[in-house]
Design a protein around this ligand. Structure first.
Ligand code: FE
Ligand code: CA
Length: 519
């Protein structure tokens, strides 16, 4: 059996046996009830359909979303599929050889959804590892590993997760995911900029398909498909469930609610249509329960150990301010009023020992050269409201996990960043990028520190900063959160790379902020 999916590194990625599986109906009419029978039309099924691998996401105690897409030619409009529905068999098992099958079924991949498949499997056991795969007409996908969340009300001893963000294709290879895939994670929280719309500069290492930026649904679909052809990214999706969130580049640089980055610019399509296309392609290609146009902010529970509050800091925000005075206006919002209420209530009522926020743009103040009005610095009244609420003690162990900066920034959060007597109410871990910004060579590292060390010194809430590529690995127990900064030696080559721990940070139960930094 041949697979066009890149050769898997990990044992569990190997395609399984098809021996026990019935052939699958290619139903031109899309009706697939019952066991596939005489209408099986093997000859019209293209070969090599699983070029984009498999994925899972948004784990619940009793279920998880499984994903794949049929796309024999993923870089073409339509993915090389016939313009008709295709029945896809899915299967989930306790073991990677599928001897102990748990559930299976048939789902129709439709042209209107780019032949993507989302299966929201339920009836699973909590805190359990599962393996899953898809089959179409004798073609078998790679095998994915996933995990359900611990049961509500249970008291898990620990959780292992990673945060990742900002994977500009043009800036390098996704080598960071190799070591992450070996970490046997409970989940990956992706914090924005999964794809980039922007055209890279002359030093780019890889080209996007298509000239110029994407605007149409076909163009955003091709962008997502292209990213997923990177074997390390596909491998990481197959290794653990992801909990994804969006940021600006998933649509358009620095967009805000109804506004593109530059509302004065005349673009090929109106921004509303572009945003709808981008968000639809995103929902199609990522393993989440939210459909196109659905609410992206959501909450996932991991027993009484942790609740993950996933924010959407793009869709409902006010336009970025242009002055400090405007940035301080009380009416300005990063989340919209409804999401703010949802967040405050959910934080107070989660019942979990740790409250993790999957946030996209930096919350800590950057009063020096890095002041960034696209981040929470531009929405400071709401930031202060949120941090003052945390100061009331109503929220157990809040920790903010962030992306966007293409550098690591670890800090204590306080309602008034300018006043060292203002209480520390939470820690923030801004994770570096997977690729965006490219390799941090000695010159880039020196430049980064020349620019930011003075500001670091002026802002005592910062505990650490670093501009190498990589991700954060979190180990949560009942007594502490341990966060390791994992850095890769290069993103310039897909060949062997090494990952090492550059620094470790500790947050202790009941003591807000960063308790220790080891580097
Ligand atoms: Fe980014
Ligand atoms: Ca961003």
């Amino acid at each position: 059996m041949s697979l066009s999916f890149p050769v898997p590194r990990r044992r569990f990625l190997a395609a399984g046996s098809v021996g026990l599986l019935a052939p699958v109906l290619l139903g031109a009419d899309g009706r697939t009830s019952g066991v596939p029978t005489g209408r099986f039309r093997r000859r019209s099924v293209p070969g090599g359909m699983f070029t984009l691998g498999v994925a899972s996401g948004d784990p619940l105690p009793d279920g998880v979303v499984l994903w794949t897409r049929l796309a024999p030619r993923p870089l073409e409009p339509g993915g090389g599929m016939p313009d008709e529905p295709v029945a896809v068999r899915w299967e989930i098992a306790h073991d990677e050889r599928f001897r102990r099958s748990v559930r299976s079924g048939v789902r129709v991949a439709r042209p209107a959804a780019a032949h993507t498949v989302h299966v929201d499997v339920r009836g699973l056991r909590p805190a359990a590892t599962y393996y899953y795969r898809f089959v179409v007409a004798g073609q078998v996908s790679a095998v994915g590993r996933t995990r359900t969340a611990p049961a509500a009300g249970s008291s898990p001893a620990s959780l292992r997760f990673a945060t990742a963000s900002c994977q500009n294709w043009q800036d390098g290879f996704y080598t960071a995911y190799r070591s992450m895939a070996d970490a046997e994670l409970d989940f990956v929280a992706f914090l924005g900029d999964y794809v980039y719309e922007a055209v890279g500069g002359p030093t780019r290492l890889r080209d996007h398909v298509g000239a110029g930026q994407p605007y149409t649904l076909d163009e955003y679909r091709i962008r997502h498909a292209q990213y997923r052809t990177d074997p390390d990214l596909a491998g990481m999706h197959a290794a653990a469930p992801w909990i994804v969130s969006i940021d600006d580049h998933d649509v358009d640089d620095n967009w805000a609610g109804e506004w593109p980055a530059d509302p004065a610019l005349v673009e090929p399509v109106p921004f509303a249509a572009r945003k709808a296309a981008a968000l639809r392609a995103y929902a199609e290609h990522l393993p989440m329960r939210t459909g196109p146009g659905g609410r992206m902010y959501r909450r996932l529970g991991f027993g009484d150990l942790a609740t993950l509050h996933v924010l959407d800091t793009r869709s409902y925000r006010s336009m970025q301010p242009r002055s400090l005075r405007a940035a301080s206006q009380p009416a300005r919002t990063m989340t919209g009023a409804e999401q703010e209420r949802w967040l405050v209530r959910g934080l107070a009522g989660s019942g979990a020992r740790w409250n993790l926020l999957a946030n996209q743009v930096m919350m800590a103040a950057t009063e020096g050269s890095r002041r960034n009005f696209d981040a929470w610095d531009g929405y400071r009244a709401q930031r202060r409201r949120l941090l003052e609420f945390l100061a009331t003690g109503a929220v157990a162990n809040p920790v903010v996990l962030t992306g966007d900066q293409h550098a690591t920034w670890v800090s204590d959060l306080r309602p008034d960043f300018g006043d060292v007597s203002s209480p520390v109410v939470a820690a923030e871990f801004v994770g570096t990028s997977i690729t965006s910004g490219g390799d941090a060579d000695p010159a880039a590292i020196a430049e980064f520190h020349r620019e930011h060390d003075p500001e670091f010194a002026r802002n005592p809430h910062f505990a650490y900063c670093d501009n190498r590529r990589g991700y954060l690995l979190g180990e949560l127990t009942r007594s502490e959160l341990r966060v390791r900064l994992q850095v890769v030696d290069t993103v310039r080559s897909p060949a062997a790379t090494t990952t090492r721990t550059a620094a470790t940070f500790v947050v202790s139960d009941g003591r807000p902020g960063v308790a220790a930094t080891e580097s």
